[in-house]
Write a protein that binds this ligand. Structure first.
Ligand SMILES: Nc1nc2c(ncn2[C@@H]2O[C@H](COP(=O)(O)OP(=O)(O)OP(=O)(O)O)[C@@H](O)[C@H]2O)c(=O)[nH]1
Ligand SMILES: [Mg+2]
Length: 417
């Protein structure tokens, strides 16, 4: 496919990014699909045209460029109303995709687990549903405004919408089933008294590379946006011997479609109540601040629990790409902050410090556990009560079962009682 990528640059002083960087990111996004980009441009826009986004002069100029480059897909890096999308497709006689549509395409390509596929399908259907435009209003007028429900008087759009609604319902049911199964697995895992550490961050920040380094695993890490879609979890032993579950997740991006955030909520549950979040940042990226703000916005939107929010460590990655001055500056900042560590997941620089830092951070974390004691183990039971760890106790003629909340250190001490 021959593609043109356009970044419409609305003059907005509150923008976090330069238009050139935005276009660059849109091109990287588009490159995640198997297509050939033949043309890219920033298009300044004083005021968006309600019907066609661009003014008529611009439309014509672009149309000529598209013809001479044999373009058959135009990606507009921004939101398009359904009407704008339809009009542009008609005007240029080719396919037009907006930013949400593009991200949905990529996610559709990447999804691998059953849950991932269902979620992307669901997000795509919701998006499609919002795209249905009332172009048949003239028909409705002919019918004198009588509203028929179903049957012969039903307009095309209503029947389309109903079909989509049916499909959405079916998908939701399937998804519920899959999520239930996963939750069973999850609650089984919850019994393992290991804290969960989640890697989050902007797409391409280096989460999977860091994950691989820490776990020795081989998770797909690539210089490509949205290389990871389905979350992966592994057990990792920290220098102290403390074990954790490390979780690699889908990357975030600015203007992540709300449909997708909603769809991925379930998958991101491990993140939402992780004991520690590592916010991985590509500190060498010119827009690293804007990216960090976007990630924080999305975490906010995802409703991360307050407990988790108070425990976020920023991992400033790719320090090997910084100039000497930049590196000294970054290290100075991180030395002054308890919440920032500088690393390079590629060279390994700073990673042992990071691991100790995680250890330190999790020392005071408490996890829930169930302890089963024989009736003869009165001393051990008393130890738990003395240390104020017991939340609940049930017993029968054979054993005592105690629900406890403790730190990993207390759990280790208990083994020696
Ligand atoms: N120079 C350098 N490159 C790195 C470093 N860490 C990761 N990379 C590269 O950055 C690119 C993206 O890395 P990934 O680990 O796939 O990034 P990610 O955050 O998992 O990306 P998504 O899964 O797309 O969200 C890859 O080409 C990595 O080799 C680093 O410390 N230094
Ligand atoms: Mg990844």
């Amino acid at each position: 496919m021959h593609v043109s990528v356009l970044h419409p640059n609305l003059l907005n002083p509150n923008k976090r990014r330069t238009p050139e960087h935005s276009l660059e990111e849109a091109v990287s996004l588009a490159n995640a699909l198997d297509i050939e980009i033949l043309h890219e441009a920033v298009i300044p826009l004083k005021k968006p045209n309600a019907g066609t986004l661009f003014g008529s002069g611009k439309l014509l100029e672009l149309s000529q460029i598209f013809k001479s480059n044999d373009i058959d897909l135009v990606i507009i890096d921004g939101p398009l109303t359904p009407i704008q999308q339809r009009n542009l497709e008609k005007e240029w006689n080719l396919k037009v995709l907006d930013r949400t549509g593009l991200i949905l395409e990529i996610f559709g390509d990447r999804a691998q687990t059953r849950e991932g596929v269902l979620q992307v399908d669901l997000a795509a259907l919701n998006y499609q549903r919002s795209r249905l435009v009332r172009t048949w209003t003239h028909l409705e007028r002919q019918r004198g405004g009588l509203s028929f429900i179903g049957g012969a008087g039903e307009t095309q759009i209503e029947s389309d919408r109903r079909q989509i609604d049916d499909a959405i319902l079916r998908l939701k049911k399937q998804l519920e089933k899959v999520v239930k199964t996963r939750e069973l697995h999850r609650s089984a895992r919850k019994k393992i008294p290991y804290p969960i550490v989640a890697l989050v961050g902007y797409t391409n920040a280096g989460k999977s590379t860091l994950f691989n380094y820490m776990t020795g695993a081989k998770v797909f890490a690539k210089d490509m946006l949205f290389a990871t879609l389905d979350p992966t979890m592994r057990e990792v032993e920290l220098p102290s011997g403390q074990k954790i579950i490390l979780s690699d997740t889908v990357g975030f991006i600015s203007e992540l479609p709300t449909q997708l955030i909603a769809a991925f909520r379930a998958t991101l549950e491990e993140v939402l109540d992780a004991n520690l979040i590592l916010h991985v940042r590509d500190i060498s990226h010119p827009e690293t601040e804007a990216q960090a703000n976007d990630v924080n916005d999305i975490l906010e939107e995802l409703d991360v629990s307050d407990n988790t929010k108070s425990n976020i460590l920023e991992v400033w990655n790719k320090t090997d790409l910084l100039s000497n001055d930049e590196l000294i500056n970054a290290k100075n900042i991180s030395d002054r902050s308890e919440k920032i560590r500088t690393v390079s997941a590629l060279t390994g620089d700073g990673l042992s410090v990071l691991l100790s830092e995680i250890d330190e951070n999790l020392k005071e974390i408490t996890v829930s556990d169930v302890v089963k004691l024989a009736l003869t183990e009165g001393g051990r039971r008393a130890w738990l009560y003395k240390n104020n760890l017991v939340k609940n106790e049930v017993s029968n003629e054979n054993f005592i079962e105690l629900s406890v909340t403790w730190t990993p250190k207390q759990a280790a001490q208990f083994l020696k009682v």
